[in-house]
Design a protein around this ligand. Structure first.
Ligand SMILES: [Zn+2]
Ligand SMILES: [Zn+2]
Length: 346
């Protein structure tokens, strides 16, 4: 069965179009999925604006989307545990399973990883903002009937945040500060709460996302749009999460933790190199830890969404059909009204 798919395809900065692309007959060992829902991520927005995110540069047309869920409509070869009609959350990562990081259990660091909707490799691996797309069975995690595709699509960003909290070590009873009140910041807050954190302060430069953080349960919020005096007046934190993707956010995170504190960098800074207050890392013996994507946390994320432990839909501020994805991305970019925008099939 050869068919066509309608896909949100990026051709260059601010040039995102819905394009019909032919699909090859389904390759052996693959499953074909009909789009159910897709979350628009900060990285999709960076790709849209600059045709790059961090050091990943788009060099040929790229179908966006890596936070996706849908229905299995075709299977070629064997797909243990899967059948057509299954509703699945789709893990955008394909790990090789045999490189050194994979053997160490650090799947997200796989040297041969394929990640949907990412320009980290050339040729790019196409994403899931497409009416039909293909995956390997290992990417598909079945969801119960009561879980909507919209919620299942957000397993991916939740997995990112579960991984970031795991990177922070034991956070039980600790005080944390979080730079960046977007979806990843907010989900990190919810994930940290689940891990037993005592107190979370959220820092941002925009009022609307901070108000949203308060509604979701932040203990304190600090607006540093006019300077960071209020932040400096607070006792140093045990843990800082840098989610803003800015050099200033990273510098503030390093400045805000106590001696012996932990800084977890989740945010993807603009490409290139930046001055960092590295002597503070030395003198305070700060553990500065990177956090990149996720490993087995994807499975955990689906479980936490399914059993109601984390209400990912509380972040969703708008739903739009896939067919108007370019408009939806522009809506998502407006932080005064959007937290998380989710694409739906219709
Ligand atoms: Zn994402
Ligand atoms: Zn590997």
């Amino acid at each position: 069965m050869t068919s066509k798919a309608l896909a949100a395809t990026l051709f260059g900065p601010e040039d995102l179009r819905m394009v019909e692309r032919p699909l090859d007959p389904l390759a052996s060992g693959m499953v074909r999925i009909r789009f159910g829902a897709g979350g628009i991520c900060g990285s999709d927005m960076h790709y849209y604006r600059h045709a790059r995110t961090g050091d990943f540069v788009v060099t040929s047309p790229l179908v966006l989307g890596h936070e996706i869920a849908g229905e299995v409509v075709e299977i070629s070869g064997s797909a243990p545990g899967l059948k057509t009609g299954d509703r699945v959350a789709v893990n955008p990562s394909r790990w090789c399973g045999h490189c050194t990081p994979c053997r160490e259990g650090r799947l997200n660091l796989c040297e041969n990883i394929f990640f949907m909707g990412s320009a980290s490799k050339t040729p790019h691996m196409q994403g899931g903002f497409s009416s039909l797309f293909d995956a390997v069975p290992a990417q598909c995690v079945k969801i119960p009937d009561h879980v909507t595709y919209q919620a299942a699509a957000l397993a991916e960003p939740l997995a990112v945040c579960l991984h970031a909290v795991a990177r922070a070590g034991d956070v039980k009873g600790k005080r944390a500060v979080l730079f960046g009140s977007g979806p990843i910041g907010l989900l990190t807050m919810l994930a940290a709460r689940r891990a037993g954190i005592a107190e979370v302060t959220v820092v941002d430069i925009a009022a609307a996302p901070l108000a949203f953080a308060t509604r979701l349960g932040a203990n304190h919020v600090i607006d540093i749009s006019k300077g960071d005096e209020a932040l400096k007046a607070v006792a140093p934190y045990d843990v800082a999460f840098e989610v803003s993707g800015t050099a200033a956010g990273l510098a503030s995170a390093i400045g805000a933790v106590r001696r012996g504190g932990v800084v977890v960098q989740i945010g993807n800074l603009p490409g290139g190199q930046f001055p960092t207050p590295a002597n503070a890392v030395m003198a305070k013996e700060i553990d500065l830890r990177g956090s990149f994507r996720f490993g087995p946390e994807f499975m955990t994320a689906v479980e936490l969404i399914s059993d109601g432990s984390v209400d990912v839909l509380s972040l969703v501020t708008a739903e739009r059909p896939l067919s108007v994805a370019p408009d939806a991305v522009r809506l998502a970019l407006d932080r005064s009204q959007s937290v998380k925008v989710v694409l739906t099939a219709q």
